[in-house]
Design a protein around this ligand. Structure first.
Ligand code: ADP
Length: 626
């Protein structure tokens, strides 16, 4: 008995759009169904290596037949087939991912994206008024027939089927005068041949059709293989157009955008392999989360082995997608063994070098593209430097970039060093939440005078990375929010010393009022307009303290905080006067000053109410004097 089931809402909507919109490229249905058949064969082959329930087939193939009398096109594969629940799940519902986005694109008639959304099968309804699937999976003892007219329901029933695989029958629509395509054309073997050549030539399994040929006045039927079966990555580079590679990428890796970069490499010798790698234009949504799975597809002699091989690509280049095809890998290896394969390790080492050199080339020859790349993946490179205690810093340090106080264009560390004067002994950086926030920080005062260039750090990872880098070309990194001593010349240092001596009591009183909130209270030589600033000692910086606090296993590590006061500011004069007149009053001023410095640094203050009360108190007092 056939069971009748409803399509899920999304699917219904999609079917409607497919059927009722007029597309200029209805012919792509064939490409979609062949691609599904090829994937199904890939999966059967792969499972046959790892699951004893699945037997391999002696000849993998896809067959196409056309019948002019019944107006039916039949596409048969000996791939993995579908179980009853897979029929319901895979063909009765649209894959969640991207379906909504797909509908939006479809409404704009952007038909070329059909295959990228896991909805290719539905394109069958663009040419067929009824679709029938007869299929059997090795995980099921029975076969199934799935039939639908592309309206709101479909039927499923069990049937006897001896062989594993799938047959799809398309009952073509009637030709109509109003439409610019005649469905009957698809019944012509010549049309099928042309379409296979055009869209599916690189499919790695033979796509066969039985054709009648005239030989010595006798009609003979012979099997003809319509595709060359040369996978795109095996074609000579000279024959490959960007367009073909981009299309391949988008279909194979479900992206709407062309890749930012294609790396196609052929290596022969001790180790023989082909790699076709892509850097997507935008990172996937989950790229910076734990959900993201890196990896390259692995093929052996053009036969698919596995989908996401993690060994082939290091974490710092995890944005690279693509595949490796090597004749040196044994076909019968299990997944576990693959992980440790020595050949794989060697290929991975090659690829690492290759990717790095391609990125460097991009940086020197096509800076605009590199900046696009860097905006998308720069953070990942910085993590790469930080990771494993800086094991890869040599490899990655020339690939990172920053904007500075002098320019909002990205510059490399090398460029920074080349630009700085010899007198400047360090690479300065300042950390903050945004460019403008950093530029307004009090600590920037000193470099303004010196005309130093300062790298702007706005990513959480930046300071952690610098702790690992320590130096670049023997020049140390220095935070603007740590010791100022090398920013000041000798006379200024001397003058500060004298001032500190003169105001020793006041500074001590402030320190005492603040207790262990600060490690030290000092006079500042760097501040010009600002009355105070907060800096840190060696080790954990103020920004790092904030980041560590937000981490899942929040750590209590604190920065050594130093309160710097500007001795040339009116406020300091006021403090001195008050301290002399009434030493007890200094406690309030000290905490107020400290809380202000915290606020400037973007900290939250522990007790905003106390802060506000203090302000009020002072304002009232001030009013009495005016
Ligand atoms: P996609 O192939 O992009 O996932 P489709 O709508 O084309 O989306 O197909 C939906 C699902 O149906 C496939 O993912 C696959 O699981 C299954 N499927 C389609 N065609 C076949 C086939 N010939 N053999 C086995 N499974 C198939």
């Amino acid at each position: 008995m056939a069971k009748t089931k409803q399509f899920k809402t999304e699917s219904k909507k999609l079917l409607n759009l497919m059927i009722n919109s007029i597309y200029t490229h209805k012919e792509i249905f064939l490409r979609e169904l062949i691609s599904n058949a090829s994937d199904a064969i890939d999966r059967r082959h792969y499972l046959s290596l790892t699951d004893e329930k699945v037997e391999t087939a002696s000849n993998y193939e896809i067959r196409i037949d056309t019948d002019k009398d019944t107006r039916v096109i039949t596409i048969t594969d000996n791939g993995i087939g579908l179980t009853e629940s897979e029929l319901v799940k895979n063909l009765g519902t649209i894959a969640e991912s991207g379906s909504q986005a797909f509908l939006e694109k479809l409404e704009k008639k952007d038909v070329d994206i059909i295959g990228q959304f896991g909805v290719g099968f539905y394109s069958a309804f663009m040419v067929a008024s009824k679709v029938e699937i007869i299929t059997r999976s090795p995980y099921s003892t029975e076969g199934y027939r799935w039939v639908s007219k592309g309206e709101s329901t479909y039927q499923i029933e069990a049937l006897d089927k001896a062989t594993i695989g799938t047959t799809i029958k398309l009952y073509l629509r009637e030709d109509s005068k109003d439409e610019d395509e005649t469905y009957s054309d698809y019944l012509d073997p010549q049309t099928i041949k042309t379409l296979v050549k055009k869209y599916s030539d690189y499919v790695r399994y033979p796509i066969k059709m039985t054709v009648t040929k005239k030989e010595d006045d006798e009609e003979k039927t012979v099997d003809e293989t319509l595709n060359s079966m040369t996978p795109i990555w095996k074609k000579p580079k000279s024959e490959l157009k960007d367009e073909a590679l981009n299309t391949f990428y988008k279909r194979q890796y479900n992206d709407f955008e062309d890749p930012l970069k294609v790396i196609h490499t052929n290596v022969e010798g001790m180790l023989t392999y082909t790699a076709l790698l892509f850097i997507p234009s935008s990172p996937p949504q989950d790229f910076y989360t734990d959900q993201f799975e890196k990896g390259l597809q692995l093929y052996s002699k053009s036969v698919f082995i596995m989908d996401k091989n993690k060994e082939l690509i290091p974490d710092y280049f995890r944005f690279v997608r693509g595949l490796v095809d090597s004749a040196d890998l044994s076909l019968n290896i299990s997944r576990e063994m693959l992980q440790h394969d020595r050949q794989l390790k060697k290929i991975a080492a090659h690829l690492e070098k290759k990717i790095k050199s391609e990125l460097e080339k991009m940086l020197s020859r096509d800076r605009d593209t590199y900046i696009k790349f860097y905006k998308a993946y720069g953070k990942n490179l910085k993590y790469g430097i930080y990771d494993n205690f800086g094991m890869k810093k040599e490899l990655l340090q020339d690939l990172i970039m920053f904007t500075t106080n002098k320019t909002d264009e990205y510059i490399t560390l090398k460029e920074y060093i080349e630009r700085k004067s010899d007198e400047q002994k360090a690479i300065y950086y300042a950390t903050g939440t945004s460019r403008s926030q950093i530029l307004n920080q009090p600590q920037m005062d000193a470099v303004k005078e010196k005309d130093y260039e300062v790298l702007l750090f706005t990513d959480d990872i930046d300071e952690f990375m610098v702790q690992v880098l320590q130096t670049y070309e023997d020049t140390p990194f220095k935070s603007l929010k740590q010791s100022e001593s090398d920013l000041l010349d000798e006379t200024k240092k001397e003058a500060l010393k004298t001032q500190e001596k003169d105001h020793k009591k006041l500074l001590k009183a402030i320190k005492k009022a603040l207790g262990d909130k600060v490690k030290d209270v000092k006079l500042s030589g760097r501040l010009k307009e600002s009355p105070v600033c907060l800096v840190s000692g060696e080790g954990v910086s103020l920004e790092m303290e904030k980041i560590l606090k937000q981490m899942p296993n929040a750590s209590d590590i604190k920065a050594d905080k130093i309160l710097e006061i500007n001795p040339n500011h009116e406020l300091f004069t006021a403090l001195s006067t008050i301290h002399e007149a009434n030493p007890k009053k200094i406690d309030d001023y000290a905490t107020l000053l400290y809380r202000q410095a915290l606020l400037i640094e973007g900290y939250e203050i522990d007790d905003p109410i106390a802060f506000s009360n203090q302000m009020v108190k002072l304002m009232v007092e001030a009013s009495k004097h005016s």
